[in-house]
Design a protein around this ligand. Structure first.
Ligand code: SAH
Ligand code: SF4
Ligand code: F3S
Length: 480
């Protein structure tokens, strides 16, 4: 198909540029033109979100917008008049999965000729993906990116009513847009964006290109959102950013993330979590705030990526393995009974066996409660993709297996230590299989299944741990 001159196509080179200019805070950019207002009446949408919490939170905004347009949600693509894939670009296999599904869903149009297919999220920011969509997925009617979600009503109108294939992706991030609708998927736990984008440019990572430059929200807008959530009965907020430690630098906010975290803690909300922290700019002030407040959960996700300083250097992580250990040990000493999780990549270009052994050594030293382990995947447009991806797949896979033996071992050992202890659990709800079994998370983010009665979703209860596994624990409600 020929490219349409009205389309705005993504451009990763453009997306890489960083302007010195502070992002404007825009409070009235979202609006629904009168002719678009009712386009969802009698129509159903199926939204599928992949990827990280930032994408989950975007999914809540997209759902909020669609429901303002009177669309109704459904749980299967077969029932839908609009199928939207909110995608992740972090690794190639994640992308292949989405394209595979998108291809297999094409058949649904035979039954419903007016069915609209849309693709959004991080994959939409990549030119090779959008070119593939244009050339090979001619059933896809709508493509929009991470920077123009607020334009969804107009774009949808174009695609649905004017029956025009609509592709609009902005490569420049633009404003911090406030006052977008939101349909929260959780009833007692909520995601709160504190900033967007990433300026770290780790050499393997596509996020700084798909999400643009670091832009912080104003503290007052974040606090307003949290006060509203508290008034609505929310018990837990997770403060989101690709690197929350950088919060406020662009706005020259004194104290940065430490200041914001303390303000949130002072609201008295039961539970506060945050993610992700980059080890590079984790300040002592931040550690002190985390240690000081009981409502800041003692659970820290601190991605290390590799245990070898040479590899870390080529990854552009800006810390050595020794510096990581120093920070890790400081956190462990100051934040009592904290649990730690991490992210690790194996098979980065030129990673030798000795360098991989350093990763295993670091894992055994830190004894993480949980680790997300990945095989390196070259991402077009990133500096690492220009290096030769020279570790054979069998070696990458063998390293991953070996690494997981270590990480699983520590998950198991860490969980075992909870046996016989009483933990506070925020209840997510009854389990799908058994209405008398409830599940929820401990302060250290452990998944706990327990028997009990008269328990509501959102309650915080004491549970005695009776059995531990690698990924969850079983327990019994402690009667008050
Ligand atoms: N901002 C977060 C990371 C978001 S991406 C942080 O810096 O911690 C989540 C994880 O995906 C990363 O920590 C990394 O381990 C992994 N990842 C990112 N790019 C990758 C790639 N090209 N190949 C394999 N794993 C990757
Ligand atoms: Fe990617 Fe690094 Fe930014 Fe995390 S900090 S999103 S790994 S570039
Ligand atoms: Fe994936 Fe984009 Fe998040 S690439 S990890 S959905 S920021």
């Amino acid at each position: 198909m020929k490219k349409d001159q009205h389309w705005s196509m993504p451009d990763l080179k453009e997306a890489q540029k960083r302007s010195k200019q502070q992002a404007a805070i825009e409070k009235s950019l979202f609006n629904i033109p009168p002719e678009v207002k009712n386009i969802g009446v009698g129509r159903k949408y199926y939204l599928r979100t992949y990827g990280c919490q930032a994408n989950e939170r975007d999914g809540e905004t997209i759902a909020g917008i669609l429901e303002q347009l009177s669309f109704e949600p459904v749980n299967t693509p077969e029932e839908a008049d609009l199928i939207l894939m909110n995608t992740c670009a972090i690794r190639k296999n994640a992308e292949d999965k989405v394209l595979g599904e998108l291809g297999s869903l094409k058949r649904l149009r035979r039954k419903n000729p007016d069915l609209i297919y849309g693709l959004c999220g991080c994959m939409a920011q990549e030119e090779d993906v959008v070119n593939t969509i244009i050339e090979k997925y001619d059933h896809v009617d709508l493509v929009f990116g991470t920077h123009n979600i607020h334009r969804l009503p107009i774009l949808l109108y174009q695609a649905m009513m004017a029956k025009e294939r609509t592709i609009e992706v902005f490569s420049k991030e633009g404003e911090v847009i406030e006052n977008l609708p939101v349909k929260r998927f959780g009833t007692h736990k909520a995601w709160v964006n504190i900033m967007y984008g990433c300026d770290k440019f780790c050499t393997y990572c596509i996020v700084p290109y798909t999400r643009g430059k670091e832009r912080s929200r104003l503290p007052e807008d974040i606090m307003d959102e949290i006060h509203t959530l508290i008034a609505e009965g929310y018990k837990e907020v997770t403060l989101l950013g690709q690197n929350v430690n950088s919060y406020g630098k662009d706005l020259h906010i004194e104290g940065g993330f430490a200041y914001l975290l303390e303000e949130v803690a002072k609201t008295g909300i039961e539970r506060i979590r945050f993610m992700t922290s980059h080890p590079w700019d984790f300040s002592d002030e931040m550690i002190d705030v985390i240690a000081k407040y009981d409502n800041i959960m003692p659970f820290i996700h601190l991605p290390v990526q590799s245990g070898n300083s040479e590899i870390l250097k080529i990854m552009g992580r800006r810390y050595t393995a020794e510096e990581y250990m120093t920070l890790f040990n400081k956190l462990k000493a100051k934040v009592k009974n904290a649990a730690f999780s991490t992210d690790i990549i194996v098979g980065f270009p030129n990673e030798t066996d000795e360098q991989f052994q350093d990763t295993l050594k670091l894992v055994d030293e830190c004894q993480f409660d949980n680790a997300f382990t990945f095989i390196y995947s070259p991402r077009v447009g990133t500096p690492a993709a220009k290096m030769e991806d020279n570790i054979p797949m069998e070696v990458k896979e063998a390293r991953l297996q070996e690494l997981m033996k270590h990480t699983d071992h520590w998950s198991h050992i860490k969980n075992e230590a909870y046996k016989g202890k009483i933990v506070k659990v925020l209840v997510d709800g009854p389990s799908k299989k058994n209405p008398n079994v409830f599940s929820g998370h401990s302060e250290t983010n452990k998944l706990i299944n327990f028997k009990g009665e008269n328990i509501q979703c959102g309650d915080i209860v004491d549970v005695l741990i009776t059995e531990t596994k690698s990924w969850s624990m079983d327990g019994e409600l402690v009667k008050q």
